[in-house]
Design a protein around this ligand. Structure first.
Ligand SMILES: [Zn+2]
Length: 342
């Protein structure tokens, strides 16, 4: 089957599932594979999912970050009760968005998954936001193909000889115009996507313009919009950007939910519901984390606001069980399903 034909079928499938989900009590059973730190699972096993959270982060910078800066047992013991809390609240899958060079430790994630029974998903990719502070120096002297080869290797063989594989790519960038390094890592993501089918999540805090540029570049390189996740889309206050990009097929990640902004998030969701775009929205909190370098990991923001404050308010605001199922399970499973075509 030609690439265009496949793309056409795939896009029509996504559109069809979206519009079906808008109607009545239809319950969509997702298909395909999701890659967790314990290997692949069926998308239908994903269950209620938090798409953007953190277990640990180290902001020291790519030139100094290393596992010698923390005690793995201390991080495990600190974070475990917080994950048990969400497991007991009905969460099934936890997506960890800490990229390499910012403290990603997949062995700790696997231990936490084994102990809690939560599916945990990790990532590959480079975080180019904050003016290259978290990019390895090699990015400057590498071409996109070489960077893609590193990420593809993690996807195929596993990360640092652990056999643990990433379930998506996590990138980060600042505003337009993009630097050479940023264009290079976006290109590397596009190459990696074609080889591995891993979705591309991009931390984009500077609003709709860089988001539009990302999607345009990825489209120019032949990637379908529905493999791209606009992370931190809530930072853009002009809803027309979300509407425009979601209509093109992109995933809009509203991942800053906390008990202090429940009303704002519900208001955004109501506007997107009016546009019949709930099938393109992802929700999470960007909460946690053990902050490496601070005593005891510093102040930890637990993951419970979503369950204690946000979901009850969503129900009260007239969102149906079907819509909540769609936002918290169906959408994540569609966004994070591996798109293996070759
Ligand atoms: Zn984050």
């Amino acid at each position: 089957m030609s690439l265009h034909r496949r793309k056409f079928l795939k896009n029509s499938f996504v559109l069809a599932s979206g519009s079906l989900l808008q109607s009545a009590n239809f319950r969509f059973q997702p298909e395909g594979k999701i890659i967790t730190v314990n290997g692949p699972i069926d998308a239908s096993q994903m269950g209620m999912t938090l798409v953007h959270e953190h277990v640990q982060v180290d902001f020291i910078g790519a030139d100094k970050v290393n596992p010698g800066r923390y005690n793995a047992d201390e991080i495990f013991n600190t974070v475990l009760p917080y994950l048990q809390q969400i497991r007991n609240a009905g969460c099934k899958t936890f997506i960890d968005c800490t990229p390499p060079w910012l403290g990603r430790d997949v062995k700790i994630l696997k231990r936490l998954s084994d102990t809690t029974g939560l599916n945990i998903i990790t990532n590959t990719g480079y975080y180019g936001a904050s003016a290259d502070k978290f990019l390895p120096a090699s990015v400057k002297t590498s071409v996109a193909d070489e960077i893609a080869a590193i990420w593809t290797d993690e996807a195929i063989k596993g990360i640092d000889n652990t056999g643990i594989k990433p379930g998506f790519m996590k990138l980060g960038l600042d505003n337009v115009p993009f630097s050479h390094s940023i264009e290079k890592i976006l290109k590397a993501a596009s190459i990696t996507y074609l080889k591995t089918g891993l979705p591309i999540g991009v931390h984009t805090t500077r609003g709709g313009e860089p988001a539009k540029k990302e999607l345009q570049l990825l489209n120019d390189w032949g990637d379908p919009a529905d493999r791209w996740i606009w992370i931190h889309a809530q930072n853009e206050k002009e809803i027309n950007y979300h509407i425009e990009l979601a209509k093109k097929g992109a995933w809009i990640s509203l991942d800053g939910i906390s008990k202090s902004n429940v009303a704002d998030n519900i208001n955004t969701l109501q506007q997107l519901k009016k546009e019949k775009l709930l099938h393109k929205i992802l929700l999470s909190q960007d909460a946690g984390w053990y902050n490496i370098g601070e005593a005891g990991g510093g102040k930890f923001r637990n993951y419970m606001d979503f369950f204690d404050s946000f979901l009850p308010a969503l129900k009260k605001s007239g969102f149906s069980e079907t819509e909540i199922h769609q936002l918290t399970f169906v959408n994540p499973s569609l966004a994070f399903t591996l798109n293996v075509k070759r």
